[in-house]
Design a protein around this ligand. Structure first.
Ligand code: ASP
Length: 323
């Protein structure tokens, strides 16, 4: 009797999953962004939402949930309904938060369904237009000589800009005053206004300001030069050997989201990043869409694990913490 009941239950679950897959999505989907509107993650999210909406036949609405260096949104995702209507796009912070935060309310590898990677983005060292140094070596010397007065902006404790800033300070042996914001957009506003001096942030947001000369740019954090910012040397070649930070983005769903829904989302993600318009938009911002095999649950999980394993010893060795 019990066996018959279990079999009936399994059948019912399978039937519901199939029905969900056939009808999903029937209403708009929320895509949470852990930082303020107008910043790099938000820019990637808005382009992706438009493309995924097209391929899913539903509106994908970007919802900014900033705060705590990008850790509030994943915490909210952990507690969201696993029905495919609440998603999250997050960056490298998912792999650095476990070692940067002494207490973190979520486990990036275990508490979510992983949908796939989206883009890889280098970072840039940018400063207010009036900062005196004219090249990266000069910047390092200037910061070392003026460490009591140079201010370093970031998008919150635990954000990628915070991580880049911490690695920079540790590499040049200068402890600067850091100024945290709720995202790159408000940080950039203050850099443009000259209220803060320096920031390390994604090309997604800095490229247009660099090109228009509204900020001074010194170096990129990738190993190679960036096609759209060819004039900038990699920091590793301009005085900080081995310095490299690459920001990657992934899409997540709450744990327990039905497999057919994850499959549908993965297919929509893959179709989106193959759209020439999306590829070009990202390239113009110095970002590269990932290959198809990385835009998969396995691709994201594997990369997330590799990044956690890579960053944990570096962060521990540098003795840096977000809280
Ligand atoms: N670029 C930011 C960071 O430093 C986040 C953002 O606003 O997208 O993590």
């Amino acid at each position: 009797m019990l066996k018959i009941l279990a079999a009936a239950c399994a059948l019912a679950v399978a039937a519901t999953a199939t029905a969900t897959a056939q009808t999903y999505p029937t209403k708009p989907i929320a895509l949470m962004v852990p930082f303020a509107a107008g910043g790099p993650t938000d820019t990637v999210a808005r382009s992706l939402a438009q493309m995924m909406g097209k391929h899913l036949g539903q509106t994908v609405i970007v919802e900014n949930v900033p705060g705590a260096g990008g850790t509030i949104a994943p915490t909210k995702l952990k507690n969201a309904n696993p029905d495919g209507y609440t998603l999250l796009i997050a960056h490298i912070g998912m792999s650095t938060a476990p070692s940067l935060y002494r207490t973190l309310p979520f486990k990036p590898l275990e508490d979510f369904e992983h949908i796939g990677q989206v883009v890889d983005v280098p970072m840039t060292f940018v400063a207010k237009a009036s900062l005196p140094p004219s090249d990266f070596k000069g910047l390092v010397a200037y910061v070392q000589a003026n460490k009591d007065k140079v201010t370093l902006a970031n998008a919150g404790l635990g954000a990628a800009s915070h991580l880049c800033g911490l690695l920079f300070m540790s590499a040049i042996g200068a402890d600067l005053t850091t100024v945290p914001y709720k995202g790159t957009a408000p940080a950039m506003n203050d850099l443009l206004g000259g209220q803060v001096d320096l920031m390390c942030d994604q090309t997604t947001n800095t490229t247009s300001y660099i090109k228009s000369g509204k900020v001074k740019a010194y170096a990129v954090t990738s190993k190679q030069r960036v096609e759209s910012l060819k004039e900038l040397p990699p920091a590793s070649e301009a005085g900080l050997p081995g310095f490299e930070v690459s920001v990657w983005h992934g899409v997540y769903a709450p744990k327990g989201t039905p497999k057919p829904v994850i499959d549908r989302l993965t297919a929509a993600l893959q179709a989106s990043i193959a759209e020439p318009e999306f590829v070009k938009r990202m390239l113009d911002l110095g970002s590269n869409v990932v290959s198809k095999d990385k835009a998969t649950p396995e691709g994201l999980r594997t990369h997330l694990k590799a990044e956690i394993d890579k960053w944990t010893p570096i962060i521990k060795k540098a003795g840096i913490y977000a809280d």
